[in-house]
Design a protein around this ligand. Structure first.
Ligand SMILES: [Zn+2]
Ligand SMILES: [Zn+2]
Length: 300
């Protein structure tokens, strides 16, 4: 993982209360939305026309409140700042789409436990991918509706798979997918301080926990899946004609429950053997979920 020396923070923070105060006006949200839609910098008068504000004084007041933090100003005009773009994205991802409401749809891939077919069910904001036979639930993430916009229903499982893969990349890079803040990422055994309460070690001997220092967003991933975005593992799949960024976890045939094993508790070393086309390669990861050893097991 990425380490740095302790020191002064690079950025100045404002409280969530102050941020809501700054954004808590319809005109301000419209200003951000117009600037987000604009291809280029927008002059004051033009921006006022686009927003449809009648009172120039009030409009100027709202614009100044947003400037520096959410909007940047220069001689050429106004443009949206990254923080402002994020606000617009959050508002749009939540409001422009309805709840997911669709009949279940078939999913490529097969059950981790019994090899039967899979189905995706939609329930509020949750996409549940489960086995039609043994009822095993492979995954049940709450997916922002915006992720699933512009996909037909049969394509939703694949879109969900991509979204989950991006979570893996976020964990690898230590960047929160929710707020871009810094993530703490580690591999935990049952009972370790910081290990989730639900985690008993029966599905896998270790779980990756990612927690954002900034917004508190967190998620858990079993070790077998957490390793998929490691460069050495990506490369092994690539050698066998599989792009892990195109293929959801439930279409990776080698994934089984409790495939990983603990080789050492201190320092923690967890090994995950992956078999593709009859070739097995074992990846050993440390507490940071980085691959520290790769072994080619002899062919039988
Ligand atoms: Zn099953
Ligand atoms: Zn965050």
């Amino acid at each position: 993982m990425f380490d740095d020396a302790d020191g002064d923070d690079v950025v100045e923070r404002i409280s969530p209360e102050r941020a809501f105060e700054l954004l808590g006006h319809e005109t301000r949200l419209r200003i951000l939305a117009e600037l987000d839609d604009a291809d280029d910098r927008v002059q004051f008068g033009d921006l006022r026309d686009r927003v449809g504000a009648d009172d120039p004084g009030r409009f100027n007041y709202h614009l100044q409140e947003l400037t520096d933090r959410f909007v940047r100003r220069s001689d050429e005009g106004y443009r949206i700042a990254p923080a402002g773009r994020r606000v617009v994205g959050a508002v749009r991802s939540g409001t422009l789409t309805k709840e997911m409401a669709a009949e279940p749809t078939a999913v490529d891939g097969s059950c981790t436990i019994c090899d039967a077919d899979l189905v995706a069910e939609f329930d509020g904001d949750t996409v549940r991918i489960r086995c039609v036979d043994c009822e095993w639930i492979l995954t049940e993430p709450a997916v922002p509706p915006s992720v699933l916009e512009d996909w037909s229903i049969p394509a939703v499982p694949a879109a969900t798979g991509r979204w989950l893969r991006r979570l893996g990349v976020s964990a690898k890079l230590g960047l929160c997918p929710n707020c871009d803040g810094r993530l703490d990422v580690g591999l935990y055994r049952p009972g370790d301080p910081g290990s989730p309460d639900w985690f008993s070690g029966t599905l896998s001997p270790a779980v990756r926990v990612a927690t954002c220092r900034r917004c508190g967003h967190w998620w858990h991933t079993l070790a077998e899946i957490a390793v998929v975005t490691e460069p050495a593992v990506v490369a092994f799949h690539y050698e066998h004609g599989i792009d892990v960024f195109e293929r959801p976890n439930w279409e990776l045939d080698w994934v089984e429950l409790d495939l990983a094993s603990v080789e050492s508790e201190d320092p923690l070393r967890v090994s995950i053997p992956i078999t593709l086309d009859g070739e097995t390669r074992t990846f050993v990861v440390d507490r940071d979920v980085s691959v520290v050893e790769v072994r080619d097991d002899p062919r039988p």
